[in-house]
Design a protein around this ligand. Structure first.
Ligand SMILES: *[C@@H]1O[C@H](CO)[C@@H](O)[C@H](O)[C@H]1NC(C)=O
Ligand SMILES: *[C@@H]1O[C@H](CO)[C@@H](O)[C@H](O)[C@H]1NC(C)=O
Ligand SMILES: *[C@@H]1O[C@H](CO)[C@@H](O)[C@H](O)[C@H]1NC(C)=O
Ligand SMILES: *[C@@H]1O[C@H](CO)[C@@H](O)[C@H](O)[C@H]1NC(C)=O
Ligand SMILES: *[C@@H]1O[C@H](CO)[C@@H](O)[C@H](O)[C@H]1NC(C)=O
Ligand SMILES: *[C@@H]1O[C@H](CO)[C@@H](O)[C@H](O)[C@H]1NC(C)=O
Ligand SMILES: *[C@@H]1O[C@H](CO)[C@@H](O)[C@H](O)[C@H]1NC(C)=O
Ligand SMILES: *[C@@H]1O[C@H](CO)[C@@H](O)[C@H](O)[C@H]1NC(C)=O
Length: 567
């Protein structure tokens, strides 16, 4: 009896669910809900053509009604002769698109491998978000050393080699980009290539570009000129800087495109169709004692400050602040190809619940600034032939989707106008930006209504920065002014999807199997099923009286619910 009481006492704070009220007014449309969560990418371009990569591309290509895009580094990187056919390396990839004839130094363009990569996208309903880079060895001003072997324990700086340098000749570089764009138009057609993005380089404010700001602007001018010579209506942009506006870099870049001297054409300014930058969270390990190991603590505030910083700079440029903005890397931490000591974070529920809470805040920030937020790029893909659930920031492992992929399936169902929604458990935007989510959990909500008004989708998350047990949220959700216009007392179907420990969670399923590194064929089938977005319960009917209905449900820490009401 005594021990039971003691156990109850210890667990009691976790057992008491916290009451949270959510109210949605279905007549209160805030505006269009931008479908931002459909951009993905990776350092390593070649995995797109591997068997598991193709399966994952197919899943990304069918997330929802809006087009999915894929961005990859290294599309122009020169192969290491020792692994030309299968560049299975972290943070590396290559295509040999540009070499020079050893006898006369004449350029040799060969887009065979680039084509294989883009074909893999297109066959699976994904389009290229073309990142123009990196420098082929034959064009690099500092060509050696060039290839490298990154490992998660290596010094991250070993990756910065010959590919990061400016070209020996900007006109030769421009001709390569022209040939690439022309080849793309010849192969896929003008209409198709008009739907792609062409972005110049990656993070030119850090050693990804071993040159000055001015040299980046020159690279931009020549790259864009090459693309537009082949296809004048192509969509071009940059500067893909790391860390929000990156000091004055983003502002100087925008000024350059508006009225700087164009080094490629000699005219004023440079074409610009979209603006890109990067945002990253910064998790840490804290509170280690002699008896308790350190635990993971996420930091959403740093990512949101990057976004706030860049949006505010963009907004201040009146001639370009209507342009589409793509955050061309937008992640909870900064190294996909590294492993964190806490594998639960990327395999389990923290990653998707973080993403739900963070992307919604970024949409809020865009509304606040009145800027045109178009894409938030999740920099995560997959690595064929790696162990199951090995802790990299990937979306799938051995053709099994991790829980993170299901938040993108959920975002894919959020259509198409945003509805006003309030939660008593949601942190105000300013609070998350200042101090992330460190007190109670963030029980937040995002709601949408379809164009015709016959479908309302509500996503609710229970997020906290700490990878620690926390109370469930007991949600009471009221919708008003919904499905009015016909007879009162309307019956609507409710489908309740869920990501938690036992739904849409292949990682939990795999652990329940004993974490097999060689699952049987039947286990593999079960794991693939467990990786899909699942319902909490079979669809039910909900009675709306005078446009009102109420739903109660329990939401565990780091779990996510999607409720879809449909007439
Ligand atoms: C939730 O709503 C109920 C009923 O309106 C109210 O009694 C309760 O105080 C509310 N809880 C919170 C946390 O606002
Ligand atoms: C182009 O590259 C592919 C792939 O590396 C190679 O198989 C092919 O021989 C190359 N074509 C020419 C003409 O060199
Ligand atoms: C960067 O450029 C400088 C010359 O400006 C060169 O000395 C250095 O080797 C280059 N670094 C890399 C990694 O290529
Ligand atoms: C160039 O554009 C910037 C930003 O719009 C502006 O501040 C500056 O006055 C312009 N300079 C010239 C010479 O037009
Ligand atoms: C481009 O930059 C180079 C080197 O900085 C300079 O010599 C050249 O005059 C510039 N060309 C134009 C058109 O501005
Ligand atoms: C925002 O960008 C999209 C393209 O992504 C464009 O269709 C739309 O017109 C832009 N909105 C505004 C207000 O300029
Ligand atoms: C933390 O949450 C509790 C309970 O809602 C609240 O009373 C307290 O003011 C919060 N503290 C901070 C620093 O926000
Ligand atoms: C939700 O609706 C029910 C029934 O109409 C009402 O009793 C309750 O107070 C409402 N709760 C909130 C938080 O609005």
């Amino acid at each position: 009896m005594l021990s039971v009481l003691v156990v109850f006492y210890v667990l009691a704070p976790l057992c008491y669910a916290r009451q949270v009220n959510i109210t949605i007014d279905a007549s209160n449309v805030v505006g269009d809900l931008p479908p931002v969560a459909r951009f993905f990418g990776a350092d390593e371009p070649n995995y797109a053509t591997y068997p598991d990569g193709r399966v994952l591309l197919d899943h990304l290509g069918s997330l929802g009604p809006h087009q999915t895009y894929f961005r990859a580094h290294n599309l122009l990187t020169t192969c290491d002769p020792s692994d030309q056919t299968s560049p299975h390396r972290l943070k590396w990839g290559c295509t040999n698109a540009y070499t020079e004839d050893p006898s006369d130094g004449q350029p040799i363009y060969n887009f065979t491998i680039v084509d294989e990569i883009f074909d893999a996208y297109m066959e699976n309903g994904v389009k290229p978000y073309v990142e123009i880079g990196f420098m082929p060895q034959a064009l690099s001003t500092s060509p050696n050393p060039y290839s490298f072997n990154f490992t998660p324990t290596a010094n991250p700086d070993i990756i910065f080699t010959g590919w990061s340098n400016p070209p020996v000749s900007f006109p030769k570089w421009e001709e390569l980009i022209f040939q690439w764009a022309q080849h793309s138009v010849d192969k896929y057609g003008e209409e198709e290539v008009n739907t792609w993005y062409w972005e110049v380089w990656n993070e030119p404010n850090i050693p990804y570009w071993n040159g000055t700001e001015e040299q980046y602007f020159t690279l931009y001018d020549y790259s864009v000129n090459g693309v537009l010579r082949a296809l004048p209506s192509a969509t071009v942009g940059g500067p893909a800087v790391a860390g929000g506006a990156s000091g004055d870099f983003l502002g100087l870049f925008l000024t350059h495109t508006i009225n700087g001297t164009n080094n490629a054409t000699g005219s004023g300014g440079a074409p610009l169709d979209f603006i890109s930058f990067h945002a990253k969270g910064s998790p840490t390990f804290i509170d280690a004692t002699d008896s308790v190991p350190a635990h993971l603590q996420m930091n959403m505030a740093s990512a949101l400050q990057n976004v706030d910083d860049a949006f505010s700079v963009i907004q201040s440029f009146h001639t370009v602040n209507h342009l589409p903005i793509v955050i061309s890397e937008d992640d909870p931490d900064s190294l996909a190809a590294g492993v964190t000591p806490n594998v639960e974070y990327r395999n389990g529920l923290i990653y998707p619940s973080y993403t739900a809470a963070a992307f919604t805040r970024e949409i809020d920030l865009a509304e606040q600034y009145g800027v045109n937020f178009t894409g938030a790029t999740t920099w995560a893909f997959e690595y064929d032939d790696h162990p199951y659930f090995d802790g990299f920031r990937v979306l799938a492992t051995n053709q099994i989707d991790k829980p993170i992929l299901n938040i993108f399936r959920i975002f894919g169902m959020m259509e198409s106008k945003r509805l006003e929604a309030q939660s008593t458990g949601q942190y105000p935007l300013a609070a998350v930006m200042t101090s992330s989510v460190r007190n109670e959990s963030d029980v937040g909500v995002l709601a949408s209504i379809s164009e015709g008004g016959d479908k309302i989708a509500v996503v609710v998350w229970n997020y906290h920065d700490d990878a620690l047990p926390k109370p469930d949220a007991q949600i009471s959700l009221n919708i008003s002014n919904a499905f009015v216009g016909g007879a009162s007392g309307r019956v609507t179907s409710l489908t309740h999807y869920r990501i938690d420990q036992s739904h849409s969670n292949a990682y939990s399923a795999w652990k329940l199997m004993g974490s097999p590194q060689h699952p049987t064929p039947n286990q593999q089938i079960d794991l693939k099923m467990a990786g899909m977005l699942q319902m909490l319960q079979p669809p039910t009917e909900v009675q709306f009286e005078n446009g009102m209905a109420g739903i109660q449900f329990n939401l565990p820490i780091h779990a996510i619910s999607l409720l879809v009401f449909e007439q």
